[in-house]
Design a protein around this ligand. Structure first.
Ligand code: ADP
Ligand code: MG
Length: 253
């Protein structure tokens, strides 16, 4: 390992990254994000921009669950969106298994998101007019999987999350915990390498949240999970917890 690189240069950033785990599923390096500064409408530093992330660096190693905590507005969702390729940060890099998401075209980034990332939201984001099974199968439609295979896979996933007897129910006919299980099954449909979950137990009571958490830990075992949460129980199951404060990494433990 070279220790002669100039501080702050690209190579020193690379060296620092190399000193961390070599098997990162996700690696954030110097990620800064300003809302409102893209698209040419506002300029960086303009008072109308919001700096949501400042120089955020951390890894999510393969097979690990990393918790992301911090007060409301500290940047947790922005980190998750950057990891999911839903936004491209103003500067810095987000690598997924060493692929720099910012270096991809929009369509390539969408492809990576569809095939390699599973996303779980606080409010489930299920389509109300579709059955549980159709919701779970939906990402497979985009991937071009034939209908019969989609149905079979969605049914198997619903069984895996304990909802084998709810496949034809609409989201409105399910409890909050069941809806989140459907959402987790949907996130797993494409067999992603990485799961990002944004306050997945935030809408659930403690007992239901604990069940959902156990499920998330189970399915996360062979993948990598990045979960934003205020919930102590969630942070306790994490192998590592990154604390954000005002868009900066305040602590890693
Ligand atoms: P958290 O998830 O920790 O509550 P967020 O990542 O949602 O934090 O927000 C971080 C900061 O960015 C906050 O100041 C928030 O107001 C701001 N922000 C989030 N989304 C947008 C957006 N789409 N446009 C402008 N500012 C935003
Ligand atoms: Mg948030």
């Amino acid at each position: 390992m070279s220790n002669q690189s100039v501080h702050g240069s690209r190579s020193s950033a690379r060296d620092r990254a190399d000193e961390r785990e070599s098997t990162a599923a996700v690696r954030l390096e110097g990620v800064t994000h300003e809302y409102g500064s893209t698209g040419g409408r506002f300029r960086s530093g303009d008072e109308r921009t919001v700096t949501a992330l400042r120089d955020v660096s951390f890894d999510v190693p393969e097979g690990m669950i990393v918790g992301l905590e911090g007060p409301s507005g500290s940047g947790k969702s922005t980190v998750l969106h950057a990891v999911a390729g839903l936004l491209v940060p103003t500067s810095g890099s987000v690598e997924l298994r060493e692929t720099d998401l910012a270096a991809l075209s929009d369509s390539e980034r969408t492809r990576v998101r569809r095939h390699h990332i599973g996303i779980v939201f606080q409010r489930f984001h299920l389509l109300p007019s579709l059955s549980a099974r159709a919701n779970v199968a939906l990402p497979l439609v985009q991937s071009g999987v034939p209908r019969a295979d989609r149905r079979a896979r969605a049914t198997a996933l619903l069984e895996e999350v304990g909802l084998g007897d709810r496949t034809t129910h609409l989201p409105g006919e399910l409890s909050g915990g069941e809806r989140q299980r459907v959402a987790i099954a949907r996130a797993l449909s494409t067999d992603p390498d990485v799961i990002v979950a944004d306050e997945p137990t935030g809408e659930l009571d403690t007992a239901t949240g604990a069940d959902v958490l156990e499920l998330l830990t189970d399915v996360g075992r062979d993948r990598a999970v990045l979960v934003a949460s205020h919930d102590e129980a969630t942070l306790e199951v994490a192998d590592r917890v990154v604390t954000l404060c005002d868009g900066r990494v305040d602590d890693v433990r």
